[in-house]
Design a protein around this ligand. Sequence first.
Ligand code: C2R
Length: 208
Amino acid sequence: MARRAKGSDEDKPKKKGKKKARKRASRKAEDTSGIEVDVRKPVVAVVMGSDSDYPVVASCIETLEEFDIPYEARVVSAHRTPEKAHKFASTARLKGLRVIIAAAGGAAHLAGVMASLTTLPVIGIPIQTPTLGGADSLYSTVQMPGGVPVATVAIGESGAMNAALLAAEILALNDETLHDRLQAFRATMRRKVAEKNARLRERIANPS
Ligand code: C2R
């Protein structure tokens, strides 16, 4: 389950990589249904209003895995399962969670309700909707009343990825290893932009 940040492999010596792979393997176990799970205590919770949100939320989860951040993911709805949502948010801090990421579409009150019940940082992912394109989700996630912040990311997959990166940045305030991974991720991004630039110049210089 746990993988390293994209592109960071070449920044690490081979020996260390093997050691880390062994360490990561020891963090996995099979649960009663035979599904491989991370045995570490989750520090990030990814909650979503419905499993129909998962195709977008997947890029958040993939990014958490790339950064080797222990997380838990579940469906909770402030509208459909208010008691569960209440219990989850109000006990999250005591359970050792450090950041909550909440994804929802339409009348997306999930992130706001989470934020109203905990002082943990809450990041909201507005899910695109077929009727209003996600503007409904965006407004209902971002327009929080003063006093109850929700750090709202963009609609869709980039937003979902950024939610995980923002969570990583919050956790990296007290975690140098994670900070190193974020630096490596940025370095990879810079290299990719340089490659794009070189390709563009080549196309302009040699139009077909
Ligand atoms: P279904 O596909 O289950 O009908 O859900 C979900 O996040 C999803 O995008 C449709 C949409 O309803 C959203 N939903 C919320 C909340 N609970 C579910 N916005 C909530 O509590 O905010």
